[in-house]
Each structure stands twice: as structure tokens, then as C-alpha cells.
Design a protein around this ligand. Sequence first.
Ligand code: PEP
Ligand code: MN
Length: 336
Amino acid sequence: MIVILKQNPAQAQVDKLVSWLNDKGYDTNVSVGRQETIIGLIGDTSSVDVDLLRSLEVVEDVKRITEPYKNANRKFHTDDTVINVGGVKIGGGHFQVIAGPCSVESREQVTEIAKCVKAAGATLLRGGAFKPRTSPYSFQGLREEGIDILLEAKAETGLPIVTEIMDAAHLPLFGDVDLIQVGARNMQNFELLRSLGGAGKPILLKRGLANTIQELLMSAEYIMASGNPDIILCERGIRTFETATRNTLDLSAVPVLHRLSHLPVIVDPSHATGESWLVRPTSVASAAIGADGIMIEVHNDPPHALCDGAQALTCEAFADVMGDINAVRAAMFAEK
Ligand code: PEP
Ligand code: MN
């Protein structure tokens, strides 16, 4: 990190700043040039409060040379991370499709959908048991019973299961879940993230509705720094001024995240667009841009879905989309 000082700083001010930085545990290297004086901070600067430093009277500007995330940073881990989710690999050329209903509604519903998405080529089953709903009067999910139903569908189909956690106190209920999802609304629930450091299983971390790519990586860093290296990142659209779609799919986040981080990156076109007819083109684009996976909501009876029916694909539509995704993958990438 480089601290650029205002022009012609008084020596006493420079000395005071250097000893303040040293007291905080940072090694410094002061370089006095003809135009400007700069202080280089050496070593681990991830805990530096850049805004505080910039606010000091003698400081003109502060520039980070290394990112504030370490564990998630590709600079320190050049190979792609491959994550094993209940025997299914994702990342580093291993591509997977997660499919299933927005919410677990009944045993029959989940079983029927699990069988049809498996037949179409999905490799993981999703379904919300605990649902983060905007309205407290909307369907909140079947909670524990929902997880039991997913586990039954897993036993029947062999598909590993993905479901969302909203409260760290629920973690014991997730013992047999293969991939724990942290939803967009909880991306910055730092206590929850910290508790998932000890989950002992992979985490699917969705980007928040109004969060930057760096904030997403910092949230991954929370979980990783707490002891869990197995994070899959998910771009699910962000809120912009555009109202034609539920969210705005930030597809360029995929290559940007791949450049910045070694973690696998998947796309959720269902929540990104909010409309079933947009799921096919955005899924194809997600595959083409190099996502490590795609998560799609599928329902056996979308008009009667208890949540997100407008964006749900029928089983038949999902099979068609799978065909297109596979065609793009075959044309562009070597399968592992
Ligand atoms: C979900 O995947 O069911 C969900 C609620 O998604 P998000 O957190 O991205 O809104
Ligand atoms: Mn949903």
C-alpha cells in the first residue's frame, strides 16, 4: 500500500505519521521525491483502514497495491479451485447445473422435479426450505421438514442437495446437506458467514442485491478466514435503475471474478431475470462466458408455485435449455 503525502509536508508530521503506522504494526518505507513524499506500507495491509488514513491532514491519497482479500485471491493461489459437492466436482473445467424449485412445497413436488431435472442432465438438486421473503405474509418455507424432503429426494435420485441457511442457529439441521447456500440478502451477514467457517462443507455464496464484486470476495474471505476454503461464488443479478428485468444480470462479473479469484463462479439466471422466457438466453450466455455452473429454478406446475413461479421453467423447458447449454459447452470448452 502506498500513502501519498500532501506537498512539502513538515518533517514532524511525516515522523508522527510513520510512528503512528509503526505503532499499528506496519513496516514503512519513506521515499522523498522532488514532487512528492510517499510512504510505502510493507507486509500484510489487509487490516488497514484506508478511509481513516486518507482522512489524515498530511495525507493526499492512499493506493492499495494488493487487494484486501487473501484467501480468495488468485495471486496467492494461481490454480482454479475445484470443489467436491457430495461427489460432484465444480470449478477448474468441471461444469455443473443445479436445478430445482424455488421452495420445497411438498414431498411429491420435490420428488417429481428431482427426477425430471436429473433425467434432463442436472447434477445437483436445489430447493429452499428456509425462505427469505420480502413479506412476512408470503410462504416462508417448510423449514426442517423441507430439508427432510430434500434428503429423501437425494436418497431416491442420488443428486446432492443445495439449500439456503438464514440463521447460524439452524446449522445442526444442515448436517446432511451437500452445499449450503447463503442468499443474496445474507451476503453481508458477517456473523452467519463466520459461523460457516466451521460448517465442514462447501458454501454457495450469492452476490448481494447491491454489492460490488469486491464486497462479494470480502464475504468469501470471511468464510475462508474462519476456516472453510470451499466457496462457490454466484452471480444472481444486481439492482440497477433498470426495471424491465427483476435484477440486472452482471455477466461480466464471471470473467472478472475468475481473474481476481481462484474460486468457482456460477450464474443464477432465474433470479437475475425473474422471467422464465429469459432463462434460456441468459443460461446460454452464462455457459459461453465461462461460468463453472448454472443454477435454474424448475417447477412441475409454475402457475401454482408458492414462490417465484414467473421465473420457473417447466421440466420440458428445462430439458431444452440443458440441450442448448450442452451445445455451447461442447462447442467452446473441453469437458472434464
Ligand atoms: C434462492 O436462490 O432461492 C434465492 C432466494 O435467491 P437470492 O438469494 O439470490 O435472491
Ligand atoms: Mn427463488
